[in-house]
Design a protein around this ligand. Structure first.
Ligand SMILES: [Cu+2]
Length: 143
């Protein structure tokens, strides 16, 4: 009987895990691409999921491997990919939504790199949110 009881609890818990408002804002899958040591600029990508119950604002990102980090987005101008800072340098993260930073789209632009980005290594990044506060993540450097 105990087994069935456990399965019942598991099934009841599933909807809470899978969706809805769990009262949190999370940052996952933080990564960056490896670059030659001579590179001066790089980018960081991640996924932000806002289940905090309210909209939040990403106001900036700090990393130890660059002197400056800006929130950028990429757009196509004809055949040419252009990128520019987000208006105001911040990004609204609506409640209930997942915002993905990825190549060709939103990214954290790293300028004046102070350390090489080597595949297999990682570095820390701290995302600053207006309401959720600071969230630290580990950024994996990929090939
Ligand atoms: Cu950029």
């Amino acid at each position: 009987m105990k087994k069935y009881w456990l399965i019942g609890v598991f099934l009841l818990a599933l909807p809470l895990v899978g969706c809805g408002n769990d009262g949190s804002l999370t940052v996952t899958d933080a990564w960056s691409r490896s670059l030659p040591a001579s590179a001066d600029t790089g980018a960081v990508y991640f996924t932000i999921t806002n289940h905090s119950g309210q909209d939040d604002i990403l106001t900036g990102v700090s990393v130890p491997v660059a002197k400056m980090a800006e929130l950028h987005h990429s757009t196509m101008a004809g055949d040419v990919m252009k990128m520019e800072p987000l208006p105001g340098g911040v990004l609204n993260i609506p409640d209930g939504e997942t915002v993905i930073f990825e190549p060709g789209g939103l990214h954290v632009m790293l300028m004046e790199l102070t350390a090489p980005l080597t595949a297999g290594e990682s570095f820390s990044a701290t995302l600053h949110f207006q309401d959720a506060g600071d969230i630290a993540v580990t950024v994996s450097v990929k090939e």
